[in-house]
Design a protein. Structure first.
Length: 401
């Protein structure tokens, strides 16, 4: 028996622990050996993707599986399939937590029905189970306590469902851990609504250690951010907390190598914190693309400093806008205020044609601003809605100006 288990990489201590397990210790040696052979063979035939190392982990983490008959194990697999899980899903779950094969089906069904009664849909429940298989071994009372705690923190039912659907491991955390994490953010200066906002978008924050959060903040402060600026940035993009300190240092150094100063990097990130998540090749490519349109490197950097969201625009989107302003002879005005690239080319075109055709106005440098009036101000001036302009002029063939 020992030799058989050693073939699967088990150590003497692991074998001793397994054989002394309460579900196996009372079995006769011959019976236990036969059970072990049947179980190991079952997993080999279940799927050939299961390696010896996989089988070892299954046995070590759930020794009682060795006392389960193949028919019983098949019954569990059939149960999971009946829920809508695929065989691939089930294998992933078994590798992650083989104890799910020991859970009673009626208890697992009770958990599922509990989630349904709370308002989760089938897809959300399956995704949660796949991410955290141990939820099926939880008690409804414990889950309900977590719901109650989140409600006390100010989350409504749709928010609780959203948070736990995205990060089901929250339902496994100690309740004190959730309370402490919520208080940590409050102590950092976030309002209750702020904490709710960032955790709704990035519920994995509940799983970060206090040390990890504080070290991340300290690194941003070292770069030159104020705590208020850091909070502002994370309210736009809470996943900033997920950036490692090393990656943050490297990204700042990279932007500096391109010609951006620390204050400029900070300013860009306050409106477009995504700059810390863009790949370096993409950033270099964006600069090259803009330079290919005839701009100098300094002009491109100035455009990006003024409108860092350009990093996220497609080249085709930018090119069409710039080519349009070139055709109407107003590219210079665009360079003076790159923020105007935020407006869609279709709306600029529709407004330009409206002013030209219906108001006998050829927009020039002095009245270029008219193309970029707010929706409210444009309507007050011309009594026409953007939607109507876009409908009327979207089919117009652009001409050479």
């Amino acid at each position: 028996m020992n030799e058989l288990l050693k073939k699967y990489g088990l150590t003497d201590d692991e074998i001793s622990s397994i054989l002394n397990h309460y579900a196996l210790s009372k079995l006769k040696e011959d019976t236990l050996l036969q059970d072990i052979k049947e179980t190991i063979n079952y997993f080999h035939t279940l799927d050939n993707s299961l390696t010896k190392n996989d089988i070892k982990r299954i046995i070590v983490s759930s020794p009682s599986i060795l006392s389960m008959k193949p028919d019983t194990l098949n019954g569990k697999i059939d149960f999971f399939l009946s829920l809508g899980l695929t065989k691939k899903d089930i294998l992933y779950m078994i590798k992650a937590n083989s104890r799910i094969l020991t859970y009673a089906q009626d208890k697992m069904m009770e958990i599922i029905q509990f989630f349904l009664s709370f308002g989760y849909n089938d897809t959300q429940i399956l995704d949660m189970i796949k991410e955290s298989p141990s939820l099926l071994g939880n008690s409804t009372d414990r889950i309900n306590n977590h719901f109650y705690l989140l409600a006390i923190m100010g989350y409504d039912i749709p928010s609780i469902i959203k948070i736990t659907s995205k990060e089901s491991s929250i339902l496994r955390y100690n309740e004190d851990t959730l309370k402490e994490k919520f208080m940590l953010f409050l102590n950092l200066g976030y309002s209750t609504l702020d904490v709710q906002k960032i955790t709704k978008n990035s519920p994995m924050l509940f799983g970060y250690s206090k040390e990890k959060i504080e070290s991340k903040i300290q690194e941003f402060l070292r770069i030159g951010y104020t705590l208020e600026q850091f909070r502002k940035m994370t309210l736009i993009l809470p996943s900033i907390f997920a950036i490692s300190v090393e990656n943050l240092k490297n990204k700042v150094a990279f932007y500096q190598s391109l010609g951006f100063s620390i204050p400029e990097i900070i300013k860009m990130s306050l409106t477009q914190p995504q700059i810390y998540s863009y790949k370096e090749d993409k950033i270099k490519g964006k600069i090259s693309d803009l330079m290919s349109l005839g701009y100098s490197r300094d002009e491109v950097l100035n455009m990006l400093k003024t409108l860092p969201s350009l990093f996220g625009f497609t080249f085709d989107n930018i090119k069409k806008k710039i080519e349009f302003y070139r055709r109407i002879g107003l590219e210079e005005c665009l360079l003076e205020k790159p923020m105007r690239l935020m407006q869609s080319k279709d709306l600029s075109y529709a407004r330009y044609e409206f002013l030209r055709q219906e108001k006998n106005t050829i927009v020039g440098k002095d009245d270029f601003f008219k193309l970029f009036l707010s929706n409210k101000n444009f309507f007050e001036c011309y009594k026409v809605y953007n939607e109507d302009l876009l409908m009327k002029y979207k089919e117009e063939k652009e001409r050479e100006y």
